[in-house]
Design a protein around this ligand. Structure first.
Ligand SMILES: *Cc1c(COP(=O)(O)O)cnc(C)c1O
Length: 354
């Protein structure tokens, strides 16, 4: 070991899903939206004056913050914006999770939470989901330093009832509770309706999934103005200019196209429901997803084998070699046509096996 190594912050990084260079594949591995962003974004691209890039962006990101607030029917003071919800949630960990008591999150969940906790030296305890992958209310009734969970959950796709979310928030007035709603637009009920009632609640959403803008990196948190102020204080102490000027303008344009948003979300939901039926007839089972992916296991063929076979056929899905979920595949919902190809491949593969 080198002398300076004792002072290094050593982390085991999060491993994002693969972004293959080959574009001739069916990409169902990172929960991206298969449809392009709104035409409003295209118009904003055309209206871009590169002369503007000379200047620093607006540190308050007012254009985007205002558009999000108007869309959600809340005030600007209730909105915090960051470089994707990953950045927003990392800022939340830094701002709100400073107790000696452990923070709580489910054992099967977004695999970034334990990485941030480890990196920021925040103690944590995972709470086992029940056999049907649901959260257990009692687990969140013990003393803690904060709580975070996605709803719908990832990678299961399961939605918890808003009444359970409210119970957790109400029973933990001494903790900040973060509800990560990356997938809420695909069939969930947002906890946004509760932010006026509970001052310890933060709701986080993203442009990466339902708004087809993963590449732009825009996420946001909503909560009472005091929490948002604390978040902004940390942001300004870290990096005043998180979003670039283009992201601010393209994001604001995207939010305004409600019609296109509803249309693409509806298409994905319809394709998801079609895919569920097909998977069932092929011998798969899965939690009833309300997200833009399905977490499926086959009655006879091991998930890892299927993962490899699909990959050979240039169909990329996500496989997590982790306890309790190592026989499942997380399959992002693509276009109807992509899902038909995917199902056709599976039908043929399974037929040959039997
Ligand atoms: C995709 C995802 C995020 C992060 O999305 P960003 O692209 O950083 O906005 C956060 N939480 C969950 C559960 C996700 O699946």
């Amino acid at each position: 070991m080198k002398a300076w190594e004792a002072n290094i912050r050593k982390v085991v990084p999060y491993v994002p899903g693969e972004q293959p260079k080959d574009t001739n594949i069916i990409k169902l591995n990172t929960n991206e939206n298969p449809y392009p962003p709104s035409k409003y974004v295209e118009d904003a691209v055309k209206a871009t004056d590169i002369e503007h890039l000379r200047l620093y962006p607006d540190p308050t990101m007012d254009h985007l913050v205002s558009a999000i607030a108007a869309n959600c029917g809340i005030r600007k003071e209730n909105v915090f914006v960051g470089v994707g919800s990953d950045d927003v949630i990392a800022m939340c960990f830094l701002t709100f999770f400073n107790s000696d008591k452990p923070i709580f999150f489910p054992d099967i969940t977004y695999s970034f939470y334990d990485v941030w906790a480890d990196m920021l030296k925040i103690p944590y305890e995972t709470k086992a989901l029940d056999d049907n992958f649901h959260m257990v209310l009692e687990d969140y009734q013990q003393e803690n330093g904060g709580i975070i969970f996605p709803n719908p959950n990832a990678p299961t796709g399961l939605l918890e009832d808003l009444s359970l979310v409210e119970e957790i928030v109400a029973q933990n007035p001494a903790s900040i509770v973060i509800v990560d709603e990356a997938y809420v637009d695909f069939g969930g009920k947002s906890a946004l309706s509760l932010i006026d009632k509970y001052d310890n609640l933060l709701v986080v959403q993203t442009f990466s999934k339902s708004r087809s803008m993963a590449g732009m990196r825009i996420g946001f948190a909503m909560g009472n103005s005091e929490l948002i102020q604390y978040l902004n204080d940390v942001k300004y102490s870290f990096n005043s200019y998180t979003l670039n000027d283009t992201a601010i303008r393209f994001g604001a344009a995207a939010v305004k196209d409600k019609e296109y948003f509803q249309e693409t979300v509806e298409k994905i939901v319809n394709t998801r429901e079609w895919t569920k039926k097909e998977l069932q007839t092929l011998g798969f089972s899965f939690p009833d997803s309300k997200a833009n992916f399905i977490f499926a296991t086959h009655k006879t063929i091991p998930a890892e084998e299927l993962f490899q076979a699909l990959r050979q056929a240039k169909i990329f899905v996500r496989y997590f070699k982790k306890p309790r979920i190592d026989n499942y595949l997380r399959i992002t919902i693509g276009t109807q046509q992509e899902m038909e190809q995917f199902i056709r491949f599976l039908r043929e593969y399974i037929r040959q096996k039997i």
